[in-house]
Design a protein around this ligand. Sequence first.
Ligand code: SF4
Ligand code: SF4
Length: 178
Amino acid sequence: MLPRMGKGEADMNRKPRQSGCLSLGFIKKETALPSEERMGKGPVVIIECVEDIPCDPCVESCRNKAIIKESLTAPPVVDYDKCTGCALCVAACPGLAIFIVDCSRGEKALVYIPYEMLPVPREGDRGDALDRSGKRVGSAEVAEVRKEKRGTTVLGILVNKHLAMDVRSIRISERSDG
Ligand code: SF4
Ligand code: SF4
């Protein structure tokens, strides 16, 4: 089963400036998310950038030209058919506003997140899966660590599939031996 897209109906109308963080309901209202069919096919970008902001490293980073901004201040728009889920834009975004969700892996989803804290986690580390407000919503395991020469470190974390559109960070509590 793909992650539910309707969680957070109660906070659908909460604006980020009132709550201090984005909600899935607000993102659904403000952006065109990929279809469930596209999400089930493999990794795909989720851009949670809803402000008009003079910034475009995401556009420049995408070799497939999947990200478009109509003007420098317009929010980015994605052509999901062109996105391969490579995560280059995740590392390039200074706003830490881009994620990759891969729901094509059975019971678990792989969510790529930008991660700026130290120490950099290692593969096999485990911890709490956190939502956009920093609340624990489940458990997560680091499956992949990408240290980019330029840009933000990107972690691939495994979470239960139904949490794929909720989990946006990890709080490490168990370090692996590796
Ligand atoms: S994940 Fe890769 S292909 Fe998809 S939008 Fe980002 S840079 Fe482009
Ligand atoms: S680089 Fe990040 S913050 Fe800048 S427009 Fe793109 S998604 Fe938004």
